[in-house]
Write a protein that binds this ligand. Sequence first.
Ligand code: AMP
Length: 215
Amino acid sequence: MTAVHVLILGPPGAGKGTQSSRIAERFDVEHVTTGDALRGNKDMDISDMDTEYDTPREYMEAGDLVPDAVVNAIVEEALQSADGYVLDGYPRNMEQADELTDMTDLDVILSLSVSRDELVDRLTGRRVCDDCGTNFHVEFDQPEDDGICDDCGGELIQREDDNEASVNNRLDVFDDNTAPVIDQYRDDEGFVEVDGEQTPDEVWADIEAAVENRT
Ligand code: AMP
C-alpha cells in the first residue's frame, strides 16, 4: 500500500512541529512544513506575484499570512516529490484548503486543541535551536546549559515572531482564517481531535494510535 498521507492542524504553539517530526520518523514519511520552508526562504523575491511586500519576511515578522500563491507553490512541489507525508502549517485558510483538495487525498486529519492562554505562554517563552530546530521553553522545558541545545550544542534563539504582539496577531489570524478550515474537516472520515494540553508523550500516544488505525 502507498505511504500514509497525514495532515496536522492546530494553532501556532499547539505542538504540530514536534509531533510531525515523530510522525515522519515513526511512519517513514516526509515532513512537509510551510513555516520551515518559508523561514529558509524569507528573502526570496516574490514581487512578480503581485504581492503587497516583495519578500515573505514582512508578513512573517508581523504574524500575517504569506500570500496563497507563494505557499500553494511550495506545497504543490513538496507533495509531488513525496510518497507519504505529514503536512504541517498548511492549509491556513479556505482558499488553501480548496487548493489542497485538488492536489492530494488525505488518510488522517489530526487537530491539536490547546487553549489560547496556554498558547501565549508556550509561544512567548519558546526558544528554538538555531541549528537543529529543537524547541525548548524558558520555564517548562529548560535546556541543561543556559542558551545551549541539549541535542546538538547549537545556540538557542527566540523566533522573530514569538514576541507578544506577533503571537497575539498569529492567534487572531488562526481564529479568523484557520479555525473555519478545521471545522470543514470535522466530518471527514479520517478526522481525529487530539487534546494538545496533555504531555508531549501523551499527545504522541494518541497520534500514533490514530495514524496506525488508518494504515
Ligand atoms: P509556523 O512556523 O507554521 O508558525 O509559520 C510561521 C509563519 O510563516 C506564519 O506566521 C506565516 O507568516 C507563514 N506561514 C506558514 N505557513 C503558511 C501558510 N500556509 N499560509 C500563509 N502563511 C504561512
